[in-house]
Design a protein around this ligand. Structure first.
Ligand code: UFG
Length: 340
């Protein structure tokens, strides 16, 4: 298939592009490099020997995007492009709703116009909200989120389901990611947050490399084994392979279908820090800080639907995630800016 990957230069996007190319698919990346680096394209070429085509465009520019879409003429789309910071979304909700919704409307209009009906959408475990208990199953209850970023995912899942219900011929996969971490095993691509990282693992890796003095553990009085928050961390390479499996499956399923992409295992903040310490051989100073507003004590996936229907399951463990994350960070201390 020829797949248009929006946001294909980002963390999840770039690893998925590698997985698609390795499976023999053709790829065009649509990205405006607003929160990613053009160097990613060189790295993808280094890993796969194939340079993916690039449409440098902001999806919200409907006219420019439509023209790029028409030139690309894809068979299917994987849609990653969008804003993704939970904290930022609470400070500037309007920007988040405007950006994530309007870019998806632009995409859907182009798909409709050009007769492309196969879409894999980047959703999030955040849609399980606070009303459910782990493990989260896809049909566990109504979707909800306690921040504007998460609510854009809830809204977009609903919009995409309505579109698929209203008109025959759509094939839409809604992929709910748990906590993607790690990096490609080559160390050539990985997560490269701009500014101070919001998420635990990029922060811990920056402490390990000496860019930050210590990590704050947000709460050690949760009702968990060691008192710190538990999450379902999934290796980015497993997540990328999950996208390829979902794409290849959804072409045979009409309508919209949700799948969790996680491991089904919870790991605590302290366990995660210990895994990075053993992968790097570096002690990570940590201080206990108050709980972060909006954090759940525990979150992990029920993975049975993805296993049964996609024939996919995560195979890499926390030690693999820490080792590959550390390889990326140590080879690229300042991320993609490490390149001269
Ligand atoms: N944490 C710390 N210190 C830090 C950062 C995080 O102790 O400096 C803790 C958090 O309290 C939490 C765990 O580490 O217990 C993981 O936090 P992350 O910020 O890495 O990830 P979240 O689970 O909060 O959020 C992630 C994605 C969201 C997505 C959500 C879905 O970042 O985009 O999973 O569950 F919405």
């Amino acid at each position: 298939m020829h797949v248009l990957v929006t946001g294909g230069a980002g963390f999840i996007g770039s690893h998925t592009v590698v997985a698609l190319l390795e499976r023999g698919h053709d790829v065009t990346i649509a990205d405006d490099f607003d929160n990613s680096s053009p160097e990613v394209i060189n790295r993808i070429e280094q890993i796969t020997g194939i340079r993916p085509a690039l449409a440098e465009v902001d999806l919200r520019d409907e006219e420019a995007f439509d023209a790029a879409f028409a030139t690309t003429a894809p068979d299917a789309v994987i849609h990653f492009a969008g804003l993704k910071s939970v904290g930022e979304s609470s400070i500037d909700p309007l920007r988040y709703y405007e950006h994530n919704l309007s870019s998806t409307f632009s995409l859907l209009n182009a798909m409709k116009k050009h007769g492309v009906r196969t879409l894999v959408f980047s959703s999030s475990a955040t849609v399980y909200g606070e009303g459910q208990e782990p493990p989260y199953g896809e049909d566990g209850g109504p979707l909800d989120a306690n921040n504007p970023y998460g609510m854009t995912k809830v809204m977009l899942e609903r919009i995409l389901s309505d579109v698929a219900d209203a008109e025959p011929g759509w094939h839409i996969a809604l992929l709910r990611y748990f906590n993607p971490i790690g990096a490609h095993e080559s160390g050539l691509i990985g997560e490269d947050p701009k500014g101070v990282p919001n998420n635990l693992v990029p922060y811990v890796l920056q402490v390990a490399i000496g860019r930050r003095p210590h990590v704050s553990i947000y709460g050690d009085d949760y009702p968990t084994a060691d008192g710190t928050g538990e999450r379902d961390y999934i290796h980015i390479a497993d997540l990328a392979e999950g996208h390829v499996a979902a794409l290849e499956k959804i072409v045979a399923i009409e309508g919209a279908r949700a799948w969790n992409l996680g491991t089904g295992q919870g790991t605590s903040v302290k366990q995660l820090i210990a895994a990075v310490e053993s992968a790097s051989g570096i002690r990570i100073p940590a201080v206990i800080a108050p709980r972060r507003a909006g954090d759940l004590p525990r979150s992990w996936a029920d993975t049975s639907r993805a296993e049964a229907e996609l024939g996919w399951r995560a195979t890499r463990d926390i030690a693999d995630m820490a080792r590959d994350g550390w390889r990326w960070q140590s080879q690229n201390p300042r991320g993609f800016d490490s390149v001269d």
